[in-house]
Design a protein around this ligand. Structure first.
Ligand SMILES: C[S@@+](CC[C@H](N)C(=O)[O-])C[C@H]1O[C@@H](n2cnc3c(N)ncnc32)[C@H](O)[C@@H]1O
Length: 274
């Protein structure tokens, strides 16, 4: 299904307004391949009919389907490896030492997609820091897409998905076969609060304060003012001695100079005052 120029413009503005995701000229093919199935799903004959419906009614349900379709949800278990090494060798030992009196850790995964990053982190904690079993570990995982959150909550993955980055011993230990899929054990699933949250929202409701924030591979979709706004908000919710992880291709440099790099090898940052 091809998209007309003014329909493409309408979709890019809608997506930017609702999610801050920037779709540049030349991304018509992406909109066509992502919105064609949405049109079919809601019983409309073409993308033109879908856009006409959006213009006319802008029903929240349909807008959400469009936003869901236009997000890129690429993720995998232990993605990029080195951030998880840094978490294991430096971040958690440091946080556990600092929080040994309060025995409380608060973690936020802010673009959680289908959950592999969250479950990787929880397996890492279980495997390497058994002392946390008696701690109050709070884990919040959010995303703008209701569709990916439903899958994350379910924690069920295809063979292909578990083949991407999940070591076999962890698969055997923390997953159960469910039909053709592998489902994460309830003991891990019950540790997570999954919530819909738009990083591009103008105002952020109080979220609590976090020792560790994972904000990986999402800022690449935003323009500079949006990145600045998000990092300014993150500063409010990160404890002064906490850690912030971005994706490998992302940085706070030239975006927000209140952060400094914590590692040459991973995009791990801390507040300068820490
Ligand atoms: C490429 S995935 C990254 C997943 C995971 N953090 C990782 O690094 O593997 C990007 C995620 O960001 C989410 N996202 C995009 N725009 C967002 C927004 N405005 N607010 C919250 N999440 C958003 C998408 O739905 C998608 O699941």
């Amino acid at each position: 299904m091809a998209i007309a120029a003014e329909d493409f413009r309408y979709v890019t503005e809608l997506v930017r307004d609702q999610s801050a995701i920037v779709l540049e000229a030349g991304k018509e093919y992406l909109v066509e391949t992502r919105l064609g199935p949405v049109a079919t799903q809601v019983g409309l004959p073409s993308i033109a009919a879908l856009v006409a419906d959006l213009r006319l009614r802008k029903t929240p349900g349909l807008v959400q389907k469009v936003i869901d379709a236009m997000t890129t949800n690429e993720t995998s278990f232990f993605r990029d490896v080195s951030p998880f090494e840094h978490l294991k060798k430096r971040v958690f030992p440091d946080l556990i030492a600092k929080r040994k009196n309060e025995k409380r850790l608060s973690i936020w995964c802010a673009a959680a997609s289908t959950g592999q990053e969250t479950y990787s982190m929880l397996m890492l904690l279980k495997e390497n820091f058994p002392e946390l079993a008696s701690w109050n570990v709070q884990y919040l995982a959010t995303d703008i897409s209701t569709q990916v959150l439903a899958k994350a909550r379910e924690g069920a993955y295809t063979q292909l998905e578990v083949n991407r980055g999940l070591p076999a011993p962890l698969l055997i230990k923390y997953f159960k076969k469910r039909g053709l899929e592998w489902q994460v054990d309830e003991s891990l699933r019950s540790m997570v609060t999954w919530r819909e949250f738009n990083l591009a929202a103008k105002t952020w409701a109080p979220m609590g304060s976090f020792d560790l924030i994972m904000l990986r591979n999402v800022m690449i979709y935003f323009d500079l003012p949006t990145k600045r706004g998000i990092l300014a908000n993150m500063r409010r919710f990160l404890r002064p001695d906490g850690y912030l992880f971005l994706g490998t291709a992302e940085t706070t440099i030239s975006v927000d100079d209140s952060f400094s790099s914590d590692s040459f090898h991973t995009a791990c940052y801390r507040l300068k005052a820490a």
